[in-house]
Write a protein that binds this ligand. Structure first.
Ligand SMILES: Nc1ncnc2c1ncn2[C@@H]1O[C@H](COP(=O)(O)OP(=O)(O)OP(=O)(O)O)[C@@H](O)[C@H]1O
Ligand SMILES: [Mg+2]
Length: 416
């Protein structure tokens, strides 16, 4: 009878002793009997460092890692194979590192979202570690950056795997810009990602069970990035953007996060959704600031009063079960994820709770925002955020937008 072959991968630094011993023992052992008379054979191989597409399939069934704790190329590859390919890991990188963009891309690709084509490339400069020279000489494969970019197609974005605040983000139109950006990246670990040519940029902010979708203008200065626009998405696309944000948050157990999606001809591509420490400054949120503060207060109260238990484990299998279902469409999967998100966030219970226990919160917040105390806060915020010669301009700007919110909120409450 033929044996099932199992490939074990080793991620190694400068050690030679135990990997050889391990390999030798495996070889001497030969095939092993499994359940029902099956037989398992084992091969062992050292894993080399090279670019990998996030949709590539790994060859390994199990990986023993002695490298990723200081070298981030294999660390990210481990997360990819953990999230997408069910490779058994000793140990899971999630036991020693939290989330960043890379893991979020992997997870959402596996769940079937339309994440643009993305490749992680090894560092431009040597890693600052004594062990690097030996490891790189032995295991780092040379690679052709131009060929990778060509395959993704220009224009593309180069951005750090763990980005934030546009650090190291560049839009690349040709090989010259590609090499300039890669040379610049130095010690930062970068993704190359296909640029989405979008009609509209929708950024959603989620706080517990609530999500606000806003039109985002990344080319504008900070205080103008969120536009006040209530009808910039069709109802279907708006609902999809909300679902995607809630899915990301339920999956990673984030209850305070923002999610960036690019919309082209009704197709929604998420590009950045690991922002689990989102900007909620008055100067950037302006019109949406009262909503955010209210949602944050309600969610905290809800959690405390109902004794909600924090979840540290991600229970990814519930999501993967839906993701891996043969024949299920994108829309069907999104709907099923929506149910999981509602269960995680206790959406119905939350809304019932707010309606029954916090019935006056809307009036209370409206009253505050419309009154002199909030105006003082607005003035002080501007004074601490901008130089003196800009104070008048920004106070007027924010008063205008908050005044608009007061008007809209008043009429909403009157008709409610
Ligand atoms: N694939 C893409 N297609 C089109 N535009 C992109 C893409 N990736 C990034 N961008 C643009 O670059 C900007 C910064 O990228 P990204 O959000 O990934 O970086 P960041 O450092 O997390 O920024 P922030 O902290 O503002 O969220 C985005 O707001 C968007 O305008
Ligand atoms: Mg971003």
């Amino acid at each position: 009878m033929t044996a099932t072959r199992n490939l074990i991968g080793l991620l190694l630094g400068n050690e030679e002793d135990w990997p050889r011993a391990f390999d030798e023992i495996l070889r001497r052992l030969g095939p092993v009997a499994g359940a029902d008379g099956t037989r398992h054979a084992f091969d062992c191989e050292r894993i080399t460092i090279e670019p990998f597409g996030l949709r590539d399939r790994p060859r390994y069934d199990l990986v023993i890692d002695r490298l990723a704790y200081w070298y981030y190329v294999p660390r990210e590859w481990l997360k990819k194979v953990a999230l997408m390919d069910d490779v058994y890991l000793l140990n899971s990188p999630f036991t020693f590192q939290s989330m960043e963009k890379h893991a979020a891309y992997c997870a959402m690709i596996r769940l079937g979202l339309k994440v643009p084509e993305t490749v992680l490339v090894p560092y431009k400069n040597p890693v600052d570690n004594d062990r690097y020279a030996y490891t790189a000489a032995k295991y780092n494969r040379p690679f052709d950056l131009d060929a990778i970019a060509e395959q993704i197609g220009y224009p593309l974005f180069m951005k750090p795997y763990d980005g934030g605040a546009w650090r190291g983000v560049s839009r690349i139109r040709n090989p010259a810009e590609l090499h300039a950006a890669y040379d610049q990246s130095g010690e930062m670990l970068m993704h190359l990602q296909k640029a989405v040519d979008y009609d509209v940029f929708a950024r959603s902010l989620s706080i517990g069970a609530e999500t606000m979708v806003m039109r985002f203008q990344p080319e504008q200065p900070m205080h103008l990035r969120y536009a006040v626009d209530h009808d910039f998405l069709s109802p279907q696309v708006g609902a999809e953007v909300v679902r995607i944000g809630r899915l990301v948050n339920a999956f990673f157990r984030w209850e305070f996060n923002s999610c960036e999606t690019l919309v082209k001809d009704g197709e929604v591509s998420p590009i950045d959704y690991a922002n689990a420490c989102p900007d909620v400054a008055l100067t950037s949120l302006h019109y949406y600031f009262p909503w955010a503060m209210k949602a944050l207060v309600k969610w905290c109260i809800f959690a405390l009063v109902t004794g909600r238990q924090p979840k540290l484990d991600l229970e990814t299998d519930q999501f993967f079960k839906i993701a891996d279902e043969a024949g299920a469409s994108y829309a069907e999967k999104l709907a099923a994820y929506g149910d999981l998100a509602d269960a995680y966030f206790e959406t119905e219970r939350y809304h019932d709770f707010c309606a029954s226990r916090l019935p006056h919160i809307d009036e209370i917040v409206l009253d505050w925002i419309a009154g002199p105390d909030f105006d003082q806060l607005l003035i002080q915020t501007v004074r601490s955020a901008y130089p003196a010669h800009e104070h008048d301009q920004f106070i007027a700007h924010l008063r205008g937008l908050l005044g608009l919110w007061v008007r809209d909120e008043s009429s909403r409450l009157r008709t409610a």
